[in-house]
Ligand binder design. Sequence first.
Ligand SMILES: Cc1cc2nc3c(=O)[nH]c(=O)nc-3n(C[C@H](O)[C@H](O)[C@H](O)COP(=O)(O)OP(=O)(O)OC[C@H]3O[C@@H](n4cnc5c(N)ncnc54)[C@H](O)[C@@H]3O)c2cc1C
Length: 409
Amino acid sequence: MRITCVGGGPAGLYFAVLAKLAGPAHEVTVLERNPRGVTYGWGVVFWDDLLDDLFSYDPVSARQISDAACQWDEYEVRATGKSVTHLAGYGFSLGRHKLLSILEARAVSLGVDVRWSCDISDIPSSDLIVAADGAGSTLRALDSKHFGTSVVMGGNKYIWLGTPHVFRTFTFGFERTPAGWIWFHAYPFDDATSTFIVECTPATWSGLGLDRLDAAAGCARLESIFAAHLDGQRLVDHRAESGGTGWMNFRRVTNERWDNGNVVLMGDAAHTTHFAIGSGTKLAMQDAMALADALAAGGALAPALEKYEHRRRAALAPLQRAALASSEWFERMPDYAGLPSTRFSYALSDRRGEYPLWRYLLHRGTQHAVPRALLRWALSARRWTRARRRPGVAPTAPAARAAPLPTGG
Ligand SMILES: Cc1cc2nc3c(=O)[nH]c(=O)nc-3n(C[C@H](O)[C@H](O)[C@H](O)COP(=O)(O)OP(=O)(O)OC[C@H]3O[C@@H](n4cnc5c(N)ncnc54)[C@H](O)[C@@H]3O)c2cc1C
């Protein structure tokens, strides 16, 4: 089979890997618009469920992803005028650049032809074309009527920045300014860098003059607003070099159909999921797994594509509901700002509105150092036990894994 993936993001590269593993004789090409090594964004978060899946589909790349990932073992919530509070939970984060370099190397080692600085005009003759070219998919746009594409813009403004300040753990920070509340979602993703996503309402954005500042001046403004959290470090906007600025509104993309002849949508080209629940990369890679399974079953292409779409729509639905509830909470964030510290951070953690009462009781307990340390230890033991079940894994003992991340924050 001749397969072309348009887009060398997580979806396109991972599907290329899985297609080659399923059929080494397949001719698989990835066309990426950017030059080699160039991508957008900073670190992304993920959880054990993705690692479980990655290890069962391709232990080689899974091992590299797992080894390169940074672990954090609670959430910290800071807000002007409130004491610092904590939310239970743990997760992993990895630079997008690193993730893509692991997937690219794995794809190339399996014989995938990865081509950079190419786009849809370079598509070779193919039996299957995977449109993995992201939320603004050009391939999808060629036939958006057929796909029934809908793009709904989120209300808030956001910008995806990086910083050399290494946060201790996943941190939400809310600052009250004369123009209203503005906040960040930050987490370390290697030993020298953290992701720093800033979000606010459009009124606050223009009230702070961020609509009129270029990338450098905008970063300087944010550095002064968030100075208490950055330990004197810079904020970096990738777009500064191109003269633009990275402020955006989240685009919620849905499609009524995911395939058109031999073209099939995957990852953000098919569906986007708000970054407030940190799942878009996971969903893109799980799409790749589902399509690889559907094709491996053999038979005609059309039913395989239908099977793929059916499986993924069912899996996506609850997460997309959660993502919508979560993004709407952030759009209403100023309404919660008057809550006392512990209730405010609980409202943040229960922004999907799904928690039973015991979670609130646990949350209150988690504000004290000893129960928090016990809970962290229990979660770390669970993470270690889960990791041990993965093929070929010899995880580090729980105590070592629970060691604090680099200091800062
Ligand atoms: C602020 C922010 C934070 C996020 N944080 C997280 C997180 O913590 N965890 C998480 O799981 N997800 C996160 N996401 C979501 C995640 O980035 C996406 O869901 C994920 O990258 C989707 O993967 P993809 O391969 O479908 O698309 P992309 O990663 O967008 O890749 C598409 C690729 O196609 C290329 N391309 C585009 N057009 C063409 C063309 N015409 N020809 C050839 N190539 C083309 C692009 O250059 C790109 O390399 C975040 C998103 C945002 C905006």
